[in-house]
Write a protein that binds this ligand. Sequence first.
Ligand SMILES: [Zn+2]
Ligand SMILES: [Zn+2]
Length: 338
Amino acid sequence: MKALLYKDWELLELADLPCPEPQAGEALIRVEACGICGSEIECFLKRLPRRRPPLVLGHEFCGRVERVGAGVTTLRPGDAVIANSVVPCRACPACRRGDTNLCPERRLFGMHRPGACAEYVAAPASVLYQRPKGMDPVLGALVEPAANGVHAARLLPHLEKRSVFVFGAGVIGLMCAQAARALCGARVAVADVSAERLAIARELGAERTVNARQEDAAKAGLDFAGEDGVDYVIDAVGSAATKAQALAMLRPGGGACWIGLHEDAMTLATYGITLPQKTVIGSYAATEEEFLLAAQLLAEGRMRPGAGVRRFPLAEAVAAFHRLARPQGADLKAVVIP
Ligand SMILES: [Zn+2]
Ligand SMILES: [Zn+2]
């Protein structure tokens, strides 16, 4: 079968690989759509050790069951399925609490096990769910990033989120913004450096957009929220600058959610968190419940992919990857159609 292979550092190619065999408890999926994730592009460009070649990439996917391995009774050949990207161990304390996204033994497609940017992938039946009726495969591949948005919007459930400010109008930022509207009834502002992406944000329901090249985002956030600041800021960029701006625009008692991974180390004036009693929380992936909620919100049109999602045949997967590594205009995401 053909697959997008991260063959060596800085080397991607369309490879011919043997078709995987489904093990006990697994199903072999004929992939219908697989998104290329920003985190994969980041790992490739920065040679991050989180993803070590050789590796078939891809964790945002959906497809049809081709056949099932021993012991699988919940799926049948031909079933249209969506797939969670995280395979939890289901035995550790985090899994037993329901925090399957935080399982220290978790295995990701395209990281710890072969990814799905290929004609076929083997996946544990436990992470596969029936695709909502009539859902287009491209939308099916976007359930995983949508679930990231649902998770970020649902954190700090006791915080009243009337105003939400989102940094980054990439797919994750736009999913966070839409989830905050759909689940919290929040007014939402979105900041980015691309006018084209901000136009998509407005089309997806952002009440205010901020071009961070032209405006001071922290000031814009205070102006947007009125009163004493923003209730909740979701930073889907994750640079030192956006993290500091997020804290600066929060109201006393407000919360900042860090989901973007752009920069790791930074220095921070911590009294600005302690004295106004602000909360900083990280966000990683989504629980299984949130994955299903995201599928439902997408199926109902309450969350949408937006313009800027580009389709590419598998034969053009390498070019698609490089194009999204240097996105132009409204390029948001490449979805590969094997
Ligand atoms: Zn991803
Ligand atoms: Zn676990």
